[in-house]
Ligand binder design. Structure first.
Ligand code: ASP
Length: 364
């Protein structure tokens, strides 16, 4: 741990800093002292960018920008724009899978560590880059979250062009769902926590989630993050997931770290996991440990039998990604293995971009 931190600062600065603060305070992972050292002594941090596994190009682009002096927020937004614009990624932006009426609705949020500001949009239609609109909410309004029709009007006021986001491929997938699988929707009759034979979709694992989260630490030691998604495929129109909710789908504290999520947003909305992960890191947990704690919390707090397997385990997946101020990173998911895929994530550690495997609470 101390080795990583040493790599992130100039050794002469480190000696000055430790003389100022006492070496024990740094070695004892005191984030406040690191922030103080940043203000007073340290001019260069070792940058790092993490993203969900669909973000290899995202971390490459963001790191290139950071190395050229960009602020982490500019870098992570430019990174996820690549995936928003990619018609082949059917979980984000253009080409995202639509709601149950065949209309693409996008959610996104951004958070800027040094200014401690955030912006988000939800259920935004016809605009390819919701992360750019979320950023404008941060920069050009006194609000944090704008939804639906209002978000579209706001985007158009800022010159965004409306376009059809439904690609032929996504339309065909939606039509197949509508024609063959429409029992797998999100409408439920009145139910209680002991009901099991309810909600066809809860019995299978075929519903489609997907999102990109990206967090970055720039060379000035500033953290920022973004999450952007078309959300749960075939959702009830107007459904909002965790991605645009600050504290749930992403969170940053510039003194500590940044975190974000992908997967079943409803579970994460009930647990506000991203802010929890950042707080656990503040208490000294590594990014991976903090992500795993968030998985445990989602699993332990679920009381609804329809969401649990025969062993009482939460049966859907949520995945978390985190970095801290030292440039350490981690990822954990509730499930790893064949059914839900490996807990992979994309990382650029300043040296190279790669896909790595995190840890999971359960395997199936
Ligand atoms: N978390 C997103 C949502 O619930 C979807 C996902 O990440 O797959 O909208």
């Amino acid at each position: 741990m101390i080795g990583d931190f040493m790599n992130s600062i100039d050794r002469r600065d480190f000696l000055k800093t430790t003389a100022l603060l006492g070496a024990g305070t740094i070695i004892g992972s005191n984030f406040q002292n690191i922030a103080l050292s940043q203000q007073n002594q340290v001019s260069s941090f070792k940058p790092v960018v993490i993203a969900s596994a669909n973000g290899l190009k995202t971390v490459e682009t963001a790191m290139e920008m950071i190395k050229n002096g960009s602020d982490a927020l500019d870098a992570v937004i430019s990174g996820v724009n690549i995936v928003e614009n990619d018609p082949k990624d059917d979980s984000v932006g253009y080409g995202g899978l639509p709601n149950e009426e065949g209309v693409v609705e996008l959610d996104s949020a951004v958070m800027h560590g040094p200014s401690y500001r955030g912006g988000s949009v939800a259920a935004l239609r016809n605009i390819k880059n919701p992360s750019k609109v979320a950023r404008l909410v941060l920069e050009r309004t006194d609000h944090v979250l704008i939804v639906g029709e209002g978000a579209l009007k706001f985007a158009k006021a800022h010159g965004f062009k409306e376009e059809n986001l439904l690609t032929e491929e996504s339309r065909e997938k939606w039509l197949k769902w509508k024609e063959n699988l429409s029992k797998e929707d999100d409408w439920l009759p009145p139910h209680n926590i002991d009901d099991t034979d309810i909600g066809e979709y809860m019995k299978s694992y075929s519903r489609h989630y997907g999102t990109i989260h990206c967090s970055g630490l720039d060379t000035k030691g500033n953290l920022s993050c973004v999450t952007t998604t078309s959300g749960l495929a075939y959702k009830i129109p107007g459904r909002v997931g965790d991605s645009p909710i600050i504290g749930a789908g992403l969170y940053v504290d510039n003194e500590v770290g940044a975190a974000g999520s992908t997967g079943r947003g409803e579970a994460n909305l009930l647990n506000c996991s991203s802010v929890m992960i950042v707080e656990w890191m503040r208490q000294g947990k590594s990014p991976e440990e903090a992500c795993l704690l968030a998985c445990k919390r989602v699993n332990e707090r679920c009381r609804e039998k329809r969401l649990q397997d025969e062993k009482g385990r939460f049966k859907h997946n949520v995945k978390f990604y985190a970095i801290n101020k030292r440039g350490e990173f981690g990822c954990a998911s509730i499930w790893g293995g064949v059914r839900h895929g490996k807990p992979q994530f994309a990382i650029h550690d300043g040296e190279s971009a790669k896909i790595l495997e995190g840890v999971s609470l359960f395997k199936a």
